[in-house]
Design a protein. Structure first.
Length: 361
């Protein structure tokens, strides 16, 4: 037997197909559903266009898949731990930054807590339905992009602890999405095979993140002025948490031309608008860099991605003594956003990544 693996089961097609693949490969599979408290109702969870995750319906689907595949199944309460992720989300917006809760959830909760649970069960591995791959390299296991470029999730996994890589499995990382759905149907899991992908933040199912922040931090006053780079007032806004760098639509004011959010200044509650060219930056600084390959001693040539859907751009990275990095792009990049992650690649391999602190022209 290849060994025991604890699989995070969300009730979706990707983790369900992962269970099928792991069983076929001879692993002793244990399923785990992580209850976070971010539940939606059954009607919302069955919509055809969008879905979150972690709902009561998803838990039921995960249990049914486990029963059908005859694998042990646990549902554990991680609501208190997940509450930290929601606090981070609210506080980052109030600090004038744009958070990435998926990176934080993966780093703090899913892989950290999953590995702790796995060790209690004497598991050799942990697994999820993420689209990524762990491949053996010259110096050990490496994190790589998935085969399906449209579904690749390696960007949100850069924060995984380097020590976990030898114990990590991504069963669907070598497949395309349509193959994964077909695999689930062939295994008799037609109900989950047709489930839509999770396309929204699970704790903001209605998409109104500003409402959540105001409910979470009711004492914070965030209304202020909309200004141009010279400080000229263009209008007023009812809360700077509604804005992100690069935003063009939904600004709430009439302007004489297309304007974009350049900066968010929480100390004055001002939102700065400017022209598209004003968004260009040739460098950025990042903090809390997690190196999956070890910090480079000198300049590192790589491809740097500044957001999830960004294609990546050639860049030179220099690690800094404070655990951060300075990234210089070969060509200026638009809307480098504080609070988002910058992730470094060598081809398909993830070298590491960190949190964007500032953009520099």
């Amino acid at each position: 037997m290849p060994g025991r693996v604890v699989l995070a089961m969300s009730g979706g097609v990707d983790s369900s197909a992962s269970a099928v693949l792991l069983k076929e490969q001879g692993y002793d599979v244990v399923g785990l559903f992580m209850r976070t408290g971010a539940h939606t109702g059954e009607a919302d969870s069955r919509r055809d266009n969008k879905k979150g995750c972690c709902s009561a319906v998803d838990a039921g689907d995960a249990r049914r898949v486990a029963d059908r595949l005859d694998i042990p199944f646990y549902a554990l309460d991680f609501e208190r731990e997940f509450d930290r992720v929601i606090d981070y989300f609210a506080d980052e917006y109030l600090a004038g930054r744009t958070p990435n809760p998926c990176v934080v959830c993966n780093t703090w909760l899913k892989f950290g807590q999953l590995w702790e649970f796995g060790r209690r069960l004497d598991a050799d591995f942990i697994a999820t339905g993420h689209y990524a791959r762990v491949l053996n390299g010259p110096t050990g296991p490496e994190l790589h992009k998935a085969v399906d470029p449209d579904k690749d999730q390696s960007y949100v996994l850069y924060g995984i602890g380097r020590e976990i890589l030898p114990h990590l499995l991504f069963p669907v990382g070598g497949y395309r999405k349509e193959q994964v759905r077909a695999l689930a149907r062939t295994a008799g899991l037609s109900e989950v095979a047709a489930k839509p992908d999770s396309v929204e933040i699970c704790f903001v199912p209605d998409g109104d993140h500003a409402k959540l922040i105001r409910k979470r931090r009711p004492a914070r006053a965030t209304a202020g002025a909309v200004v141009d780079p010279a400080g000229t007032v263009l209008g007023e806004h009812d809360g700077y948490e509604r804005f992100t760098v690069g935003q063009r639509k939904g600004l709430g004011i009439a302007t004489d031309r297309k304007r974009y959010v350049l900066r968010i200044l929480p100390e004055s509650k001002a939102v700065v608008l400017g022209d598209r060219d004003d968004l260009l930056a040739s460098e950025l600084t990042a903090s809390r860099v997690n190196w999956l390959t070890g910090a480079p001693a000198g300049p590192l040539r790589c491809t740097a991605k500044i957001r999830y859907r960004n294609a990546g751009s050639p860049a030179t990275v220099r690690a800094t003594a404070d655990g951060g990095a300075r990234v210089a792009f070969d060509a200026p990049q638009s809307a480098v956003t504080p609070g988002q992650a910058v992730v470094f690649y060598d081809g398909s391999r993830v070298l590491g990544g960190g949190w964007i602190e500032a953009a520099h022209r």
